[in-house]
Design a protein. Structure first.
Length: 107
């Protein structure tokens, strides 16, 4: 049940191409993304990454001032490897907003 989840909220506003940490690694836990929103000011390809290296989402091609919302799902959209950070990668430098709802997950 959603009320049993240890729901957390995080956001970043990266402006440079490359990888930016959203949530620090949680020792012995995965980070499970339950909901997110991304908006970018310039055409960009964006994706979510585990530990700065491993892709855990598709690469989303976004137009200028484009974005998307992944609505709340209790089972999560994607999750990191155990003990790895949740990171966000983008291919172009632009003003970008990323908000995630997440919870720690032990398996």
């Amino acid at each position: 049940m959603a009320s049993d989840l240890q729901v957390q909220y995080s956001f970043i506003t990266p402006s440079s191409a490359g990888t930016t940490q959203i949530v620090a690694a949680q020792p012995g836990q995965r980070i499970c993304v339950l909901q997110c929103c991304v908006i970018t000011g310039a055409a960009n390809n964006v994706k979510f990454v585990s530990g700065g290296v491993t892709d855990i989402s598709a690469t989303f091609p976004l137009a200028q001032n484009g974005g998307f919302v992944l609505p709340f799902v209790q089972v999560g959209w994607f999750k990191t490897a155990i003990g790895e950070s949740l990171d966000f990668n983008m291919t172009a430098s632009s003003s970008t907003a990323v908000q995630v709802v997440w919870c720690p997950h032990s398996s």
